[in-house]
Design a binder for this molecule. Structure first.
Ligand code: UGY
Ligand code: MN
Length: 264
């Protein structure tokens, strides 16, 4: 439809009706630009908005969300749910965090925590500006091992590795890599301009991808999507995937991946 046909005041456009919507939801993946993901409130948080990204309603077997915590806000009391693991990663601002009876620690951008199933988490914004925190909840799949211990750390404490032999790739495994007690990974994936995966991946693991830096082109199924910082992608099992950074600088995203468990 031509914009004039809408009879809008001059200079006003109806987003989506005459523009391009980058958002896509398919049975096996979803691409969610941030502007379309609306706010909700949660009873166990005060002065906090939640923007849900991945959820069982989408087809995901985990939940992922951004918390916008105002100064003085956060969890009303430490929160836990039997059988549910929690992971939080600070995007901006800072929070004072506690997992179980660990010492309280201030987490700034790049700080993260892991709470084993049923272990309570406290997140409080004691700063003077909004804190943005990426959260994840996943039901723990127990095996004959004790569940993992709580973690409070920062990405700067995590080595950057590259097992690919391809120059310009980087991996930071925020959770202990190869520890079979964990049933998921949270990895920072770095891409210098000109890099990409060695092959189009088509694997059983699901992903929740939050774009942190730079930009690129993401293949999902058979379609390419332009991706920018703050975009989110859910990839279901066996979703074909590939990535090319397209900006002048390194691109990076935080990637959830379910691992280490058998299937039947
Ligand atoms: O480890 C992975 O599955 C990763 N290479 N996938 C991705 O970044 N989409
Ligand atoms: Mn993958």
């Amino acid at each position: 439809m031509h914009p004039h046909a809408l009879n809008l005041p001059q200079g006003r456009m109806l987003p989506g009706a005459v523009g391009h919507n980058r958002g896509v939801v398919r049975p096996n993946y979803a691409f969610l630009p941030p502007e379309g993901v609306l706010k909700s409130r949660l009873p166990h948080y005060e002065a906090t908005a939640a923007r849900f990204l991945a959820a069982p309603a989408l087809g995901a077997r985990f939940a992922q969300f951004v918390l916008e915590i105002e100064p003085g806000g956060g969890t009303r009391a430490p929160t836990a749910e039997p059988g549910i693991q929690q992971f939080h990663y600070v995007l901006s601002g800072s929070v004072v965090a506690q997992v179980g009876d660990s010492a309280a620690a201030e987490l700034t951008a790049g700080g993260f925590l892991y709470a084993p199933p049923g272990v309570p988490v406290s997140l409080r914004n004691q700063g003077s500006r909004q804190a943005r925190v990426l959260g994840l909840r996943k039901r723990y799949e127990s095996i004959g091992l004790p569940p993992p211990q709580p973690i409070l750390s920062h990405q700067d404490q995590v080595p950057r590795t590259n097992h690919t032999g391809l120059e310009g790739r980087g991996f930071q495994h925020l959770l202990p890599f190869g520890d079979l007690a964990f049933d998921f990974e949270m990895n920072l994936m770095w891409f210098a301009p000109g890099t990409f995966f060695p092959a189009i991946e088509t694997h059983i693991m699901e992903h929740g991808l939050y774009m942190l830096h730079g930009q690129g082109l993401y293949l999902l199924g058979t379609e390419w999507h332009e991706i920018w910082a703050e975009d989110f992608i859910w990839m279901g099992a066996y979703c074909p995937q590939q990535f090319y950074p397209t900006g002048p600088d390194e691109a990076a995203y935080l990637l959830y991946k379910d691992v280490n468990r058998d299937v039947a």
